[in-house]
Design a protein around this ligand. Structure first.
Ligand SMILES: NC(=O)c1ccc[n+]([C@@H]2O[C@H](COP(=O)([O-])OP(=O)(O)OC[C@H]3O[C@@H](n4cnc5c(N)ncnc54)[C@H](O)[C@@H]3O)[C@@H](O)[C@H]2O)c1
Length: 438
């Protein structure tokens, strides 16, 4: 990778105690069979082999989506920290997708370096990452080094240090012809696409302001098992540790934030926010509500709210206020609409999130086969970083500029001396006025 002064430069995080983590990568460039043809191959139907890293809920879902929508695609390796997850996924995917799950026993990898075994496997073309988000930037970067095409779940980073790793990986992927598709499925949902097209064509005038909300009644909490080290426990109960999940604003509400960046044409200039916690269990670092005012270029304000509090009213929606009316885009299957200033409906359309989840996998495989790799990491990293910006503002109680957060901030949440068997400091949640802006 070149080291131009404009390029983000950041030392790679170290995961493995062995020195093998980064060594095999660059040497393996060129091993991705379906990509490396000199000519575009529009009608290429060659078998594409997938390795999954993170065999939990979404990993299973992503495999199912890809194997359902794509022909000549095979799952050939599975990696997870927990051995029990491997066989369970092989069995459930195998029963749903006869002939498409060909995972030999020796390609069931467990442990903290399991992801690396997948990256080192020359038979794998595409790697899917569905681990907790804290691992994502480094894993993506190593996958690009190893010449693997990538499907990466959202968010792709949980701090400015991870954001910079993503920018570098994006740039390298573009140079290498490596596809990176991300789990921001709403970008592929037809009612979102149609609503945003109409907005961008000015059907209801200029955009003035917007609200985005991801409010629900709670999230899981996994109790510690006796034999677990601190690090193992935190990874197991990852949602509640900010270095792993980024808090609700990054882990979940990044969907709304990504939609807003899409509508506004890029990330905001600044954020000012607040929030706190009423109902989180002891030992959780998460807040249960965050509210942020984002200012986008052109003096456009987006008022954001996310909440996970039992007994409250759920709402997953994006409402865009324009000079000639209002557009509402709901999460899930609830559709989208445009109304004029009097509230009269101009247009509406139902949504289908299931189709969107599958479409991202079709787009990835098609792009790999045609040797026209989609590289969309930067956009998703920007949206993830926008969530981080809002969290930084809320946690510290300060107005935070995008330029500061992306250029000057030294915030790097990943443990410096990562050790899967190691101790971790006592969990600590942010307190505005006390938590420092770094
Ligand atoms: N796009 C969406 O709508 C959507 C929906 C749900 C989850 N997600 C995202 O998917 C990711 C996974 O979420 P989930 O709900 O499946 O979580 P999960 O806890 O169900 O699964 C995570 C799995 O990763 C494994 N794991 C943890 N660290 C690992 C490591 N370093 N190496 C290998 N395996 C590791 C765990 O053992 C577990 O099996 C998250 O980033 C989440 O935000 C996206």
């Amino acid at each position: 990778m070149s080291q131009d002064s404009n390029e983000p430069q950041l030392p790679r995080r170290k995961f493995l105690k062995s020195g093998s983590a980064l060594s095999a990568g660059a040497a393996a460039l060129g091993t991705t069979r379906v990509l490396r043809g000199a000519e575009p191959q529009e009608n290429n139907s060659e078998t594409v082999r997938i390795g999954l890293v993170g065999a939990g809920g979404r990993g299973s879902g992503a495999v199912n989506d890809s194997l359902t929508i794509n022909e000549n695609v095979e799952l050939t390796a599975i990696a997870d920290l927990e051995p029990v997850k491997l066989e369970a996924l092989r069995k459930s995917a195998g029963s749903r997708h006869e002939g498409k799950v060909k995972v030999a026993n020796e390609k069931l990898y467990s442990g903290i370096d399991a992801y690396r075994r997948i990256l080192d496997d020359p038979d794998i073309d595409v790697v899917m990452f569905a681990t907790p988000p804290g691992f994502r930037p480094q894993y993506i970067a190593e996958a690009v080094d190893a010449g693997k095409h990538v499907f990466a779940e959202k968010p792709t980073c949980v701090d400015p240090a991870g954001y910079k790793i993503c920018l570098s990986a994006h740039e390298q992927a573009e140079k290498n012809g490596t596809a990176i598709v991300t789990g921001t499925q709403y970008r592929r949902q037809t009612n979102y696409k149609e609503a945003i097209k109409r907005l961008s064509e000015g059907e209801i005038g200029d955009i003035i302001a917007a609200t985005m909300r991801y409010c629900s009644t709670g999230i899981w909490f996994r109790n510690r098992k006796e034999e677990m080290s601190d690090t193992e426990y935190q990874i197991f109960n990852w949602m509640h540790f900010i270095w792993l999940s980024g808090d609700q604003i990054a882990e979940q509400a990044v969907h709304n934030i990504d939609t807003m960046n899409w509508i506004m044409g890029g990330p905001p200039e600044s954020a000012y926010g607040s929030g706190g916690r009423f109902t989180r269990p002891e030992g959780s670092e998460m807040w249960d509500n965050v509210e942020v005012d984002y200012v986008y270029p052109g003096n456009r304000l987006v008022s954001f709210m996310c909440r996970q509090i039992p007994g409250t009213q759920s709402d997953n929606s994006n409402t865009i206020y324009c000079t000639g009316g209002r557009c509402t885009i709901y999460g899930g299957n609830r559709g989208a609409s445009l109304v004029d200033r009097d509230g009269k409906e101009i247009w509406s359309m139902k949504g289908n999130i299931g189709d969107a989840y599958k479409q991202e996998h079709k787009d990835l495989i098609d792009s790999v086969r045609a040797n026209k790799p989609i590289v969309e990491l930067k956009k998703t990293a920007e949206s993830s970083m926008t969530a981080v910006l809002g969290r930084m503002a809320a946690y510290t109680g300060k107005n935070v500029e995008w330029d500061f957060a992306t250029n000057e901030s030294t915030l790097d949440l990943f443990p410096k001396d990562f050790d899967i068997k190691g101790a971790r400091p006592e969990p600590e949640f942010a307190i505005p006025g006390k938590t420092k802006l770094v």
